[in-house]
Write a protein that binds this ligand. Structure first.
Ligand code: A3P
Length: 327
């Protein structure tokens, strides 16, 4: 089945103007200034062959000279692989299953996003500097772009990988609703962009392979989205042990319940409902969209699937990593 909802960049900004008009009719000049600013933020620029948001690239020297500490834990993911999910799991473990403590802030503010930069707001690096240790941070960077101090300090890394097909589908819908990422075009166009790594944070293949190859050389706990979905308690226990925590069965059960898709979809601290529509338009696609394994079957044509499998074989040749594509 095809899911076609192409929105041009202009239309996306049209939606943006509309949402402002119904709220307070800004002067057209202000709308234009906002559009120009958002368009600037929509741009992607390359760093060593990896596309990143232009605002992060502008801040690149600050990001690269980030000073990691030996007790930092870095949550690492390719976009749309379950970042929010693992963040909530980690925070629930850190807070010993205390739900109220996890409500202290929206999830985006709990773990500084080290490559995030959108002046005049404080950057991810600045937020991390203000955070007391032991810090829990997050990134979407591939291994070769990670600030070197993370390796030098032998930090702990928690990587979550999601199968490429579901990741592509999730990213496509996310780019449709995210007004500060480029418009994804049609599903067919997006399919090409994704397999060629022409999306923010670059190639899924390079990202996953890079982290997988380093998993035995550094302190990397490598998890799969599909495993967390299949047996959340088991995977949450692994995270708990990796973090050096000991929680009893009842607390673990609470964490499993509170981090379920259904609970997180209703939770304003995790579902992005506090983000303005001018940035994330959830009427186009909800942030907490489906949270399943195998939705790719509703999007890939037979021909696309065959082509993808062929490309996957070539790009992942020699790698021992295995993904589950259906539960
Ligand atoms: P879908 O678009 O397939 O629904 P990220 O946080 O890295 O941006 O990833 C978002 C994806 O993770 C979305 O996938 C979202 O629904 C899914 N997700 C978030 N919380 C989840 C949970 N508790 N259980 C399962 N999937 C979850």
């Amino acid at each position: 089945m095809f899911f076609l909802c192409p929105l041009t960049l202009g239309q996306a900004f049209g939606l943006l103007s509309f949402s402002w008009n119904v709220k307070g009719l800004p002067h057209p000049r202000d709308t234009m200034a906002l559009s120009t600013e958002l368009k600037k933020q929509t741009q992607l620029r390359e760093v060593a062959g990896v596309l990143l948001q232009a605002t992060s690239v502008d801040n690149w020297s600050q990001i690269q000279s980030f000073e990691a500490k030996s007790d930092d834990l870095l949550i690492c993911t390719y976009p749309k692989s379950g970042t929010t999910w693992i963040q909530e799991i980690v925070d629930m473990i850190e807070q010993n299953g205390n739900v109220e403590k996890c409500q202290r802030a929206i999830i985006q503010h709990r773990h500084p996003f080290i490559e995030w930069a959108r002046p005049p707001q404080p950057s991810g690096v600045e937020k991390a500097k203000m955070m007391p240790s032991p810090r829990i941070l997050r990134t979407h960077l591939p291994t070769r772009l990670l600030p070197p101090s993370f390796w030098d300090n032998n930090c702990k890394f928690l990587y979550v990988a999601r199968n490429a097909k579901d990741c592509m589908v999730s990213y496509y819908h996310f780019q449709r609703m995210n007004q500060v990422l480029p418009d994804p075009g049609t599903w067919e166009e997006y399919f090409e962009a994704f397999i060629n790594g022409e999306v923010a944070w670059g190639s899924w293949f390079d990202h996953v392979k890079g982290w997988w190859e380093l998993k035995d050389r550094y302190q990397i706990l490598f998890l799969f989205y599909e495993d967390i979905k299949r047996d959340p308690k088991h995977e949450i226990q692994k995270v708990m042990q990796f973090m050096g925590k000991h929680l009893d069965e009842a607390v673990l059960d609470t964490i499993v319940l509170e981090t379920s898709f259904e609970k997180m979809k209703e939770n304003p601290m995790t579902n992005r409902s506090t983000v303005p529509k001018s940035i994330l338009d959830q009427s186009i696609s909800p942030f907490m969209r489906k949270g399943t394994v195998g939705d790719w079957k509703n999007h890939f044509t037979v021909a696309q699937n065959e082509r993808f499998d062929e490309i996957y074989r070539k790009k992942m040749e020699g790698s021992s990593i295995n993904f589950c594509l259906d539960l």
